[in-house]
Design a protein around this ligand. Sequence first.
Ligand SMILES: [Zn+2]
Ligand SMILES: [Zn+2]
Length: 154
Amino acid sequence: MIIEIPKVSAEGAQYTGEENPSILGLEDNQLVRVEGPIRYDFFVQIVSQELIVQGSLNVKLQVRCSKCAEFFSTTLADLSFLRAYEITGSTSSVDVTGDIREELLLDVPSFPVCSDACKGLCPQCGKNLNEGKCGCRPPSGNDGWSALDSLKLS
Ligand SMILES: [Zn+2]
Ligand SMILES: [Zn+2]
């Protein structure tokens, strides 16, 4: 997204639109799929020698649950985008694309979970426990303790 300085009025202006999600560079990401354009809703203003851009961003994603490994839809919303760009008399435009990218990538959850109730995968057979129980016996508490004990002894 490029803001042309001569077009920004003294009172400021609302910039609403869409940005191609390819700017996020997530095409090869195994954990995240982008589902639509990046939408921005910015208020742009020149205050003394700075271009102030503030507003919100959102993009629809499919992310892979860190517990059950299934993809689920979510919207990444950032309501607090705020950047200031120094401008001089010779600045004709400011490119905000890199900062949009940075802001949204910071908001991608590292350990997304599809639901608070997600049961995850069986640690023994790998079955998705949201789809039903597997035949494995749950590990007993005693095994956990004895493993700890042997650690202490060694
Ligand atoms: Zn899950
Ligand atoms: Zn199992």
